[in-house]
Every structure is written in structure tokens, then in C-alpha cells.
Design a protein around this ligand. Structure first.
Ligand code: THU
Length: 135
């Protein structure tokens, strides 16, 4: 199985683990770490204070920093049951733009498989980049 298919399968499983008692909209995601075969998974975790909800994609960024000290990836897979399947939200795209280049591929999938692949710059052509990151 190639790594994109493996990531898709892992994202499907992560989606099952979503905590979404308010929206009932489950999201699973899996990002492949650069220079490694490691795949990091995420799911949305909602909260009674709705704004405290964490999206699947941003959860992966937190997990990646905690476990590997970086957030460098080759590609992402995002799975929803939406028709057509949903891309990451604008908030997540802005966060991804901090760490992933403009050509970063995002595979957008539903429960049957990957339906579309778009790169980051197609989804967020004008991310906010006013500051230069410092250590
Ligand atoms: N959600 C994600 O996990 N990722 C996105 O990119 C968009 C939205 C979640 C947040 C919330 O739990 C549910 O989907 C409905 O907005």
C-alpha cells in the first residue's frame, strides 16, 4: 500500500475517534512527516464552549510539535462524509501556511476514497504572513 493510501486509511480510523457531540460532523486527518514514513493522525475535538473546539488538522500540528519538535510534512489527507468532501477550514489553512509550502498537497477524501487533490496555495492563496518567525 502506498503512503497516501495508508494515510487515508489512518485518517478514516482517526475520524471514527472524533469527539463531535455538538456538530456530529466528524473529521479525520493524517499528515505524512517529511524524511520519515511516519504518519501523524488527528480528529476534531469539540467543546461545550464551541470556540474551544480543535480541528483535526490543527490537532496534528500540536501533536507533531510535541512528538517531533517540528511540523514538516510531505502531504495531508483530510476525510469527511461531506459531499463534496470538505477541505480544511480557513483557520487551519492559515496555520498550515505557517509550516507547509505553497505546493503542499492536500488530498480531500470522503468515506469512499480520495476525491480531489489541491495544493495549499490553491486553498489559501493569500495567507497572513506579516511577521517573520523568530526562535
Ligand atoms: N472541523 C475540522 O476538524 N477541520 C476543519 O478544517 C473544519 C472543521 C471540525 C470542527 C468542528 O468540530 C466540526 O468540524 C464542524 O465545524
Amino acid at each position: 500500500m502506498d503512503l497516501v493510501q495508508k494515510a487515508y486509511t489512518l485518517a478514516l480510523t482517526a475520524r471514527e475517534n472524533a469527539y463531535a457531540p455538538y456538530s456530529h460532523f466528524r473529521v479525520g486527518a493524517a499528515f505524512k512527516l517529511k524524511d520519515s514514513d511516519q504518519i501523524i493522525t488527528g480528529c476534531n475535538v469539540e467543546n461545550a464552549s464551541f470556540g474551544a473546539t480543535i480541528c483535526a488538522e490543527r490537532g496534528i500540528i500540536m501533536k507533531s510539535f510535541a512528538d517531533y519538535g517540528k511540523a514538516e510534512f510531505d502531504f495531508a489527507v483530510v476525510v469527511t462524509k461531506d459531499d463534496p468532501p470538505a477541505p480544511p477550514c480557513a483557520l487551519c489553512l492559515q496555520v498550515l501556511a505557517e509550516f507547509c509550502g505553497p505546493d503542499f498537497p492536500i488530498h480531500i477524501a470522503d468515506l469512499e476514497g480520495i476525491k480531489k487533490t489541491l495544493c495549499l496555495k490553491e486553498l489559501i492563496p493569500h495567507s497572513f504572513t506579516a511577521f517573520t518567525p523568530e526562535e
